[in-house]
Design a protein around this ligand. Structure first.
Ligand SMILES: NC(=O)c1ccc[n+]([C@@H]2O[C@H](COP(=O)([O-])OP(=O)(O)OC[C@H]3O[C@@H](n4cnc5c(N)ncnc54)[C@H](OP(=O)(O)O)[C@@H]3O)[C@@H](O)[C@H]2O)c1
Length: 337
């Protein structure tokens, strides 16, 4: 019988606007023993994602909301401590939907083994994980970016944005990043090799887009929505592709989402705007991981994680995403490996 103490952070209330500490319940229990086909996983690193804000809301989306009283949903990497499945063994490092807790008992079939010799464990939550897959398929499949294109990406210093820009460079595109603050802009330009970066907090976005995209935008990869989407729509090139990946500027709205008013630019430029959900590409993840692991090994693709220690900090750490305080993929360290 398990005597392993477990701390779970459960959704206590559906937030209005920014989530508050009182929207969470810290619940202490004993980790459940695995049954046939299950494994008990010690949680090491959890992925904190903007999408979590949407999962806290009632209502239909691409996956059901987290129910009140359930542990908060989260992807994570951990180590198997007990297994009743041939799929994984004690000591294996795995990725899965581990949720915001110290120990997860779950079906082994939902776990993917990860190899810390190929890349540090946190990279499996970033470039070689969900944000990396989003960048790869969003840019290449939905955005159909090809050499010579001008690609603009917002949220450029974040998990998805950083990888979008780097892949676009690898593919021979001209890349302009939009990010908040001089430090993030300098990073994507000087360290990641973007051709230009625009600080939307201090620069005139329309003027800067005119300057850096003299022939218009062929692919706009949108992570933020709102005014930035409108400014990019106004600069589209003929047959441009707009990839709707996310709209973080709208996630904590207490009023209706603000939609783009410049959408007739799609008509004038025979352009398309398409939404994407990364899970639709699950069958093709291995091909992307193979190619991206190759780029990492060749030094062409960098992964940057912003690791915050301590499961107790979860309610405040999550908010870093909505305040622009994370620099790279936001990861919560629950236990050191
Ligand atoms: N469709 C999919 O399948 C899928 C999958 C993964 C992620 N996503 C979406 O992709 C986007 C990026 O996710 P991520 O995990 O890579 O997060 P991230 O970019 O690492 O972190 C969020 C960043 O958003 C920016 N931001 C926050 N509030 C903003 C506002 N009001 N206006 C403009 N920018 C704001 C901040 O950067 P600055 O400091 O630069 O403002 C912040 O650091 C999100 O919209 C997310 O929902 C979609």
């Amino acid at each position: 019988v398990s005597t392993i103490e477990n701390l779970q952070i459960k959704l206590a209330a559906r937030p209005i606007g920014m989530p508050k500490r009182s929207d969470w319940e810290f619940a202490h229990s004993v980790a459940r023993e695995p049954e046939d086909g299950e494994a008990l996983v010690k949680v090491l690193y959890l992925s904190l994602d903007p999408a979590m804000r949407g999962w806290m809301n009632e209502g239909r989306s691409y996956i059901p909301p987290v129910r009140i009283g359930d542990p908060m949903r989260a992807g994570g990497v951990g180590i198997v401590v007990a297994s009743k499945s041939p799929a994984v063994a004690e000591g294996d490092y795995v990725y899965g939907t581990l949720d915001i807790q110290q120990y997860a008992t779950l079906k082994a079939a939902g776990l993917t083994k990860v190899d810390p010799k190929v890349a540090p464990l946190t990279v499996y939550l970033n470039v070689l994980g969900m944000p990396g897959m989003t960048a790869y398929f969003g840019l290449l499949d939905v955005g159909r970016a090809v050499a010579g294109n001008t690609v603009v990406v917002s949220g450029a210093a974040g998990a998805v944005g950083m990888t979008v820009g780097q892949i676009a460079r690898i593919k021979g595109c001209r890349v302009v990043g939009i990010a908040g603050g001089p430090e993030k802009c300098a990073y994507v330009r000087d360290e990641l090799g973007f051709d230009a970066a625009i600080d939307y907090k201090s620069e005139d976005l329309n003027g800067a887009l005119r300057e850096h995209c003299p022939n218009g935008i062929d692919v706009y990869f949108d992570n933020v929505g709102g005014a930035t989407l409108d400014a990019c729509l106004a600069r589209l090139a003929m047959h441009a592709r707009v990839v709707i990946c996310g709209a973080i500027s709208q996630y904590n709205n207490t009023t209706a989402v603000t939609g783009p008013s410049n959408y007739l630019s799609l008509l004038v430029n025979r352009a398309t705007m398409q939404g994407m959900v990364v899970f639709d590409y699950a069958k093709r993840y291995p091909e992307a991981v193979r190619e991206m692991a190759g780029w990492i090994a060749e030094g062409k693709l960098k992964s940057r994680e912003d690791v915050v220690k301590g499961i107790d900090t979860f309610p405040e750490t999550l908010l870093k995403l909505f305040r622009g305080e994370n620099f790279g993929k936001l990861v919560l360290e629950v236990a050191a490996p």
